[in-house]
Write a protein that binds this ligand. Structure first.
Ligand code: IPE
Ligand code: IPE
Ligand code: MG
Length: 244
């Protein structure tokens, strides 16, 4: 008789956690501060979750830092956010290199100010040999734009005869997405109580467990991350089949 070990009964651990970091503005509003202060405070929570994922051995973390729609915000706020990205990347680069974090970006990086683009490239290059945690930062990112741009690249390959339309599959299409080198997120966390994806990882989220937490992003701690992971473990992932 086959003995079923305890290990076999445990649900699979999440390999990829993606986070919609929301609520910076409301955090500041509650304290009669400007929204900009909320974004500054949000950077602390980013450090916490990177550390948390490293310690828990989660191999992939993706953070939604700025959406393709966030360009619609007042110029002052957009400029401040760009300044913060620059400050954060500069400040954290050595620690990320030392901590074994491999940084990557998804989104329309060419829309960012030159200095932020330059630093982003430096971050990617200097951490490219790391492998403990792959941190993907979604900057100027929109899920629909990503899918359309992938379709354009595919159409070009079909036109040049490199691939044939008849051979197209979900798997081969995925090879055109910006996330081609990372697995789909097992769980997507959104803070601040909002319950929507706001154009984040639309293709990749097909079977992600969605976890909504009321905490505002600047208050997010290791405990909140642990709560989200516990919630993930309570879910039954069926992928359209029946539970075993
Ligand atoms: C998330 O916080 C940060 C970004 C979108 C850049 P918000 O700025 O959206 O905060 P709320 O939703 O207004 O509270
Ligand atoms: C989503 O938050 C984008 C990021 C967290 C970077 P938003 O605050 O921009 O989303 P909406 O506008 O509430 O949908
Ligand atoms: Mg928001």
């Amino acid at each position: 008789m086959e003995v079923v070990g305890k290990k076999d009964l445990l649900p699979e651990a999440p390999k990829h956690i993606a986070i919609i970091m929301d609520g910076n503005g409301r955090w500041a509003g509650k304290r009669a501060m400007s929204r900009l202060k909320g974004h500054e405070q949000g950077a602390k929570a980013v450090r916490e979750v990177i550390k948390g994922c490293r310690e828990l051995g989660i191999p992939y973390l993706t953070l939604f830092a700025f959406s393709s729609e966030n360009w619609r915000r007042p110029k002052e706020e957009v400029n401040h956010l760009m300044g913060l990205f620059k400050f954060f990347f500069n400040k954290e680069i050595n620690e990320l290199v030392d901590a074994g974090v491999k940084v990557d970006f998804i989104g329309n990086i060419s829309k960012l100010p030159d200095d932020v683009q330059k630093l982003s490239k430096e971050l990617v290059e200097r951490t490219s040999h790391n492998s403990a945690l792959t941190l993907t930062i979604a900057l100027s990112y929109g899920g629909r734009a990503e899918i359309v741009e992938s379709a354009v690249r595919l159409a070009e390959d079909i036109a040049s005869g490199k691939v044939s339309a008849a051979d197209l599959s979900e798997g081969s299409f995925e090879g055109y997405l910006e996330t081609k080198d990372i697995p789909d997120p097992d769980m997507i966390i959104r803070t601040s109580g909002e319950k929507r994806l706001s154009n984040f990882l639309l293709w990749q989220s097909a079977y992600s467990e969605l976890i909504f937490q009321d905490v505002l992003w600047p208050d997010y701690t290791r405990n909140d991350l642990q709560d989200a992971i516990n919630e993930f473990y309570s879910r039954n992932r069926r992928y359209g089949a029946v539970s075993g």
